[in-house]
Design a protein around this ligand. Structure first.
Ligand code: SF4
Length: 55
């Protein structure tokens, strides 16, 4: 059984890299305002999707 209590600390916006808490208001990807912005915008989310598939 996997322990899912802790969220994935990787930055969703920088594939393969850990969250470095680059945003002062974030305590991790789960409450990162930048991640929230990108994920709530269709075009940005699509752009991230394409970027991920290029790397
Ligand atoms: S604070 Fe947000 S943008 Fe910065 S590394 Fe962490 S998840 Fe990524």
């Amino acid at each position: 059984m996997t322990d899912k209590r802790r969220p994935d600390p990787r930055c969703p916006l920088r594939p393969g890299q850990p969250c470095t808490l680059c945003h002062p208001n974030a305590t991790g990807p789960q409450d990162c305002p930048v991640v929230y912005l990108v994920m709530s915008d269709d075009e940005l989310r699509e752009g991230l999707h394409q970027f991920r598939h290029r790397t």
